[in-house]
Ligand binder design. Structure first.
Ligand code: FAD
Length: 534
């Protein structure tokens, strides 16, 4: 436990003219000095950084913690949580992975933010990514980035099966949501691909849990929005790693053809079953700006095709759809390039895309999985990464995706100014999700869709305009009776969480688990689900 000079000065200054809450929090955590090797920082830079996130929405910047805690081991986190739990005024504690949340979910207003990355910065952190080749799994610290998990496993010719589109996210952060990408249709979300977790509960208890042992906590923590405990280790199953990927994009002139084809590709039956390892899709409501921004965003469609793509867009009434698929081959797996080419041939013959609009690349497995990082670097260089991100991501049942497309892609978003970000649309199989876990997903139909409207507010007025459009989309769904569930959800009040997100049965279970594992509602208050006293 180290208090450097700056921190001491700030601490003394804070104690001299404190707010009641920050004084008591700092007093409480000071007693940790003798019991942990973690470091506490109360200076303005640290607390300001811990209260911002990828969303960059000004409203969360006010949610400053009193302190940031830098643990050196999970026991430090347990000591912090025990201190809060034992206090007469329990203070909020939130794990912060990379702060890739968009609505202040990783903040702890007036409390303590746990900087998870510091677990991996200790002198000997090699055990934080430990591969068992015989057991075919990796033990990954909750603070580890998925990109580092990938590289650590590839050394052994192994890989996890289920990913997110972007790999510079923490294991604990994505497992607290679900972790979805184009592999989820076959393998389920990342939360369906975990053998075991180490969790520090809201009472400071360190528990190892799995489907066999403390299954209720295991299920609660997966998709649990950080409400039941801080995940300090996850055991993730591995499979043989491929070396390369045939990566395909096909253009469509209408939503029905796209979604029909996506559903055939993710089905376990039929001529197209099993051909693709990854299936996603997107909507180009603004193909002109996609073309204009190509240098920073996408080199997939070569320049020479601009006129042809524009002609197709005009023919389609301005809205284009794109199916994205990937087939893995080579490496330690047993799929050959010839096998994949055959699969592509079948796929290109069977699918109902606009003929002639086929774009294929051959890239390494790492290049494919880490594809968003390249775009990140370009956007950072252009000053377009650290801008507000009013993202809206919805899950909706298969039977309503075309109604949604008509009302939103051809309605709310149709004559919009530049989109500034992708709009993703892809289906997943419900059977690959586990209803016992905390993550909420549509339960009625076998297939459900995710629609991710992932925009950046780059110009004056964009943020307000995009937020208004998000509300308009939500209203449209309500009026049209389209049952939508938010992914990476955000609601302002507990009543909305209960009624609009969870629904009665799930909400009751969520509350019961909260009472059991975090009875004083210490954890992840930035989610705005629980407060104390309630
Ligand atoms: P944070 O934002 O730091 O934390 C998120 C929440 O989890 C907070 O409530 C926090 O308190 C809690 N938390 C963090 N760590 C832990 C832990 N160890 N134990 C318990 N609770 C914890 N998601 C997808 O599913 N698929 C995608 O393809 C995808 N792509 C993305 C692309 C970009 C560019 C970005 C910015 C995000 C993307 N996400 C995606 C969303 C991502 O999964 C969430 O932002 C997630 O929260 C992970 O971010 P993080 O590690 O920074 O967590």
């Amino acid at each position: 436990f180290v208090l450097n000079c700056t921190i001491k000065t700030t601490l003394l200054a804070t104690l001299a003219s404190p707010t009641t809450s920050s004084t008591s929090v700092i007093d409480e955590i000071r007693v940790l000095a003798d019991t942990t090797s973690g470091r506490i920082c109360t200076d303005a830079d640290a607390t300001a950084l811990a209260s911002t996130d990828f969303g960059g929405n000004v409203s969360v910047v006010g949610a400053r913690p009193a302190a940031v805690f830098y643990p050196s081991c999970p026991a430090d986190i347990a000591a912090l949580l025990r201190a809060s739990s034992a206090s007469a005024s329990p203070f909020p504690v939130s794990a912060r992975g990379c702060g890739h949340s968009t609505r202040g979910q990783a903040t702890a207003p007036g409390g303590v933010v746990v900087d998870m990355a510091s677990l991996g910065r200790v002198a000997d952190s090699s055990g934080r990514l430990a591969v068992s080749v015989d057991g075919r799994y990796i033990d990954a610290g909750g603070e580890q980035l998925w990109v580092d998990v990938l590289h650590a496993t590839l050394v052994h010719g192994l890989t996890p099966r289920s990913w997110t589109d972007y790999l510079h996210l923490t294991v604990g952060g994505t497992l607290s949501n679900a972790g979805i990408s184009g592999q989820a249709f076959r393998h389920g979300p990342q939360i369906s691909n975990v053998h075991e977790l180490d969790v520090v509960t809201g009472t400071g208890e360190m528990v190892t849990c799995s489907k066999e042992k403390h299954a209720d906590l295991f299920d609660a923590a997966l998709g649990g929005l950080g409400q039941f405990g801080i995940i300090t280790r996850a055991r993730i199953p591995l499979t043989l790693a491929p070396a390369r990927v045939r990566w395909v994009r096909l253009l469509y002139a209408n939503a029905a053809a796209l979604t029909g084809d996506q559903e055939r590709l993710i089905s376990e039956h039929g001529a197209l079953a099993g051909l693709m390892d990854y299936v996603e899709g997107s909507v180009l409501t603004d193909y002109q700006s996609l073309i204009a921004s190509r240098p920073s965003l996408s080199s997939f469609f070569p320049d020479a095709n601009d006129a042809r793509v524009a002609a197709l867009a005009n023919e389609a009434g301005g809205v284009l759809y794109c199916l994205e698929g990937a087939a893995y081959y080579g490496g330690a797996g047993d799929t050959s390039a010839a096998h994949v080419d055959k699969a592509l041939e079948v796929m290109l013959r069977e699918l109902r895309y606009a003929r002639g609009y086929t774009f294929v690349q051959d890239v390494s497995y790492v290049e494919f999985l880490d594809r968003v990082h390249g775009a990140e670097l370009k956007l950072r260089a252009a000053g377009l990464w650290d801008v507000p991100h009013p993202w809206l991501i919805l899950f909706l049942p298969r039977s309503r995706i075309l109604d949604f497309a008509a009302g939103v892609f051809h309605g709310v978003l149709r004559h919009d100014r530049a989109m500034h970000g992708p709009v993703l649309v892809y289906p997943m199989n419900r059977g690959k999700w586990d209803g016992g876990m905390s993550a909420v997903f549509p339960g009625e139909e076998e297939v459900f869709y995710t629609v991710g409207i992932l925009r950046s507010a780059v110009a004056d007025g964009d943020l307000r305009h995009m937020e208004e459009q998000n509300s308009e989309i939500t209203r449209f769904c309500e009026n049209a009776g389209i049952p939508c569930t938010q992914y990476l959800p955000y609601y302002a009040t507990q009543a909305e969480w209960a009624a609009r997100h969870f629904g009665p049965g799930r909400w009751d279970r969520f509350v019961q688990r909260k009472r059991k594992y975090d009875p004083k509602a210490i954890l992840s208050r930035g989610q705005r689900i629980f407060s104390y006293p309630s």
